[in-house]
Design a protein around this ligand. Structure first.
Ligand code: FMN
Ligand code: SF4
Length: 484
């Protein structure tokens, strides 16, 4: 992963622990009573893909174990990982694009209800993504994949030549020469792997996205409601289709790209159709980017505009993330696909303990606060979820008091210690296992390995009945905690 040049080392610290009366009077442990979103307190576990579904996208015992373990820590809400809304193969990522996934998802809801004693609300994140190909071997690309055009012939002074001869001429070029002959997208396809963009409207399936996506999202939301979830989180963040519609890099000319009014159009149409297809009590929120953290990305003003439009359209919560784009991803090895969390924007999404002077803790707070203020100023009370490096009561409470957010999301800290909110709430904060923000978990995610935390995955491996990673060397969930 990309690291800031300053390479300043940061340490997570638990800080001052609250006593019983401080817990009692805290915002963090006070209920949230918004229009549809009702939570027993302001604690939230954001979506994290653990790579535990079957190759066909079904719920597995390992998935049940993962969410059951978070639920035992009784956060007010858990968001189930990014779950694919299409009925197409997508590796061991959870899917919700057909009724055959319903049984497993219903079991997942039941498991969370049981393990949390019915206290945790459960949402599922709905995702659509465009195709990305692995980086091809040079020879295969130039001799097979590349479509030979008149431009190539002209560049090579081979007008009228047979395709075979053009390919042979391309093969003979060195890297620098080849880059001058290929256009930017062809060069990207060779050096990074071909990646579709929402602006590739010359492909009919991309041109059709505004017609195709609203029904796909709304069917998925209906299924989520049938399975018993309390709501859905529309994935409008990071490197995926909906975030790409919102992005300032979206230059579609069909009324769904260009200015910010056009860029927000499809996200609003998806919301509208989802809202119409679920019951009135079903929660519909979205996760989107406070900052794309790429050159030429949307401005804070754009994002404030999106947030106000979402609030106006009746979104039940606004969850803000940061970065995580393909635009600045590192070059993958030949045969591997680019990964959107390897560049600077990836760092902004999951900042690590080696950082800059701003540090990894609360890096998204200033933007989140500005967006929340803009929404409030426009007269909307839509709850805002803030996240990024939160690992202590003091940090969470201060953020709530300063108006950064209404709900505090903690992803990696909850992975490091799924009981951490409960430990705080019950006066056992001294027993919290603090996340070190090493991104070992993120490394596993990147290589599509079952995600665990380095602080507990080698502990008590001989414990009976625990699930282990495919190679048998890691436990898959944190050891249970009982108050000392
Ligand atoms: C292993 C892993 C998987 C993740 N998967 C998702 C995901 O499916 N959807 C999403 O919106 N964010 C995902 N994230 C990002 C987190 O939700 C969160 O925004 C990020 O880790 C920063 O918060 P934190 O500092 O509390 O971990 C993932 C993070 C990790 C570490
Ligand atoms: S592996 Fe554990 S300690 Fe390291 S960043 Fe992930 S959750 Fe935190």
């Amino acid at each position: 992963m990309w690291k800031p040049p300053d390479k300043i080392r940061w340490r997570s610290e638990i800080g001052k622990l609250p006593n019983a009366s401080e817990i009692e009077s805290s915002l963090l442990f006070s209920p949230l009573d918004a229009e549809r979103l009702k939570l027993r307190n302001r604690t939230w576990v954001p979506a994290m893909v653990p790579w535990r579904a079957t190759e066909e996208g079904y719920v597995t015992p390992e998935i049940l174990d993962w969410y059951g373990r978070f639920a035992r820590g009784r956060p007010a809400a858990i968001v189930v990982e990014a779950t694919g809304i299409r009925d197409v193969p997508s590796g061991p990522l959870l899917r919700i694009g057909h009724d055959r996934f319903l049984n497993g998802l219903t079991e997942l809801v039941a498991r969370v209800r049981k393990e949390s004693g019915g206290t945790t609300k459960l949402f599922i994140q709905l995702i659509d993504f465009l195709s990305i190909k692995r980086r091809p071997p040079r020879e295969k690309f130039l001799t097979r994949y590349l479509e030979i055009t008149e431009q190539h012939r002209q560049h090579l002074n081979l007008v009228g030549a047979e395709e075979l001869n053009v390919r042979a001429a391309l093969m003979a070029l060195d890297g620098t020469e080849l880059q001058t002959v290929l256009n930017d997208r062809e060069w990207e396809a060779l050096t990074m792997g071909h990646r579709e963009r929402v602006s590739d409207t010359h492909f009919s399936h991309v041109a059709e996205l505004p017609r195709v996506l609203p029904p796909l999202f709304s069917s998925a939301a209906q299924r989520a409601e049938k399975a018993g979830f309390d709501g859905v989180e529309l994935h409008y963040a990071h490197a995926y289709t909906m975030a790409s519609f919102l992005s300032a890099t979206n230059d579609r000319s069909d009324g769904y790209g260009g200015n910010r009014e056009a860029r927000v159009r499809l996200p609003l149409e998806v919301l509208q159709q989802v809202r119409q297809s679920v019951s009135n009590r079903f929660v519909v929120g979205a996760r989107f980017l406070a900052d794309e953290a790429i050159d030429g990305g949307s401005t804070l003003d754009d994002v404030c505009f999106f947030a106000k439009e979402f609030a106006r359209a009746g979104m039940d919560f606004l969850s803000l993330s940061r970065g995580g784009k393909f635009d600045d991803a590192k070059q993958p090895k030949v045969g591997a696909a680019a990964y959107p969390y390897t560049g600077r924007s990836g760092y902004e999404c999951m900042p690590q303990f080696i950082s800059d002077e701003i540090g990894p803790f609360g890096r998204n707070f200033a933007a989140t606060k500005a967006i929340r203020q803009a929404v409030r100023k426009a007269g909307f009370n839509t709850p805002v979820v803030g996240a990024g490096g939160v690992h202590s009561f003091a940090m969470a409470e201060t953020a709530l008091r300063q108006g950064v957010a209404d709900i505090i999301g903690a992803a990696r800290q909850s992975l490091a210690d799924p009981d951490w909110f409960l430990k705080l709430e019950t006066g056992h904060g001294d027993q919290i296992r603090l996340c070190e923000y090493t991104n070992y978990c993120e490394g596993l995610d990147q290589t599509h390995k079952q995600v665990t935390c380095k602080l507990w995955d080698r502990v008590a491996l001989d414990e009976p009945n625990i699930l282990k990673s495919s190679d048998g060397r890691r436990r898959l969930t944190a050891p249970d905690w009982t108050a000392e």
